[in-house]
Design a protein around this ligand. Structure first.
Ligand code: NAD
Length: 235
């Protein structure tokens, strides 16, 4: 398991032109989060929900990773076993930056998932629309491979495993409203860095060893320097 965990949220992709949840005061790309992001919205709001993720997927095509994604990708690829890259984001900015093995806790926008057999299809930037209504394996309904609020997030288990050996914890661009990262700060974690544009009411900044209030692209060199220094001293 990894010694260093880098856990990111929507803020890391803000500089790539992908809006965060909090930007719109509870609206995500002009939609109410409860309409398109809650358990059950595929039953009550199927067309709106599918159209919403179709639009987000289409928009992703032209988005580019920013400097923070690129630095993290380089670091992860250099220290494959020692570093875990975990994100709440559903975008593919780390993948576009060439990052090896990213754990997406809340799903992956490019993918559809069969509601019955769990088969996963990468449709890249295409619309689900009517083209991908049913699973090619079992003919049951396909849905965006996104974990909605109040749904079980199966990848959380993989994240908890990574924390078994974690000694260096980095949090970038998350308000802590969905995952409160304070809860991971156990005594085995020697260094913890929190980078957000501004303080969040959900997080207790005093429990982190370093807090950086700046854009991720401006904080990332210092974060990468600290990680490498730590890994070299640990050898
Ligand atoms: P959030 O919107 O609640 O919080 C964003 C945080 O990022 C804020 O604390 C803000 O200060 C910080 N921030 C904004 N711009 C920043 C920058 N340039 N550099 C550093 N920090 C910056 O997002 P969240 O905590 O990730 O939680 C909301 C949920 O939103 C997640 O579950 C995620 O799946 C989903 N989401 C994902 C995307 C995406 O895939 N890019 C976009 C919107 C929402």
């Amino acid at each position: 398991m990894a010694k260093v965990i880098i856990l990111s949220g929507a803020g890391i992709s803000a500089e790539s032109g992908i809006s965060t949840f909090r930007d719109g005061g509870g609206l995500w790309e002009k939609h109410k989060i409860e309409d398109v992001c809650y358990a059950g919205c595929l039953e009550t709001n199927r067309k709106l929900t599918i159209d919403f993720y179709d639009s987000r997927r289409e928009e992703l095509k032209d988005k580019e990773p920013n400097y923070a994604h690129k630095v993290i990708a380089k670091l992860k690829n250099k220290y494959k076993e020692q570093i875990a890259v975990i994100t709440q984001n559903i975008d593919d900015m780390f993948e576009k930056a060439g990052c090896d093995k990213v754990l997406h806790l809340h799903g992956f926008l490019r993918e559809l998932k069969c509601e019955k057999c769990g088969n996963i299809l990468d449709i890249a930037y295409e619309k689900q629309d009517t083209k991908y209504e049913t699973c090619p394996k079992c003919q049951n309904k396909l849905r965006p491979n996104i974990v909605f609020f109040a749904e079980i997030a199966p990848k959380y288990e993989d994240m908890y495993k990574e924390f078994d050996d974690c000694e260096f914890f980095v949090v970038i661009g998350t308000s802590g409203a969905v995952i409160n990262t304070d809860m991971f700060l156990n005594p085995d974690i020697k260094v913890s860095i929190l980078n957000n544009l501004e303080p969040s009411g959900y997080l207790m900044e005093e429990v982190y060893t370093k807090v950086l209030h700046k854009k991720a692209s401006e904080a990332i060199d210092e974060i990468a320097f600290d990680i490498e220094k730590f890994l070299k001293e640990e050898k």
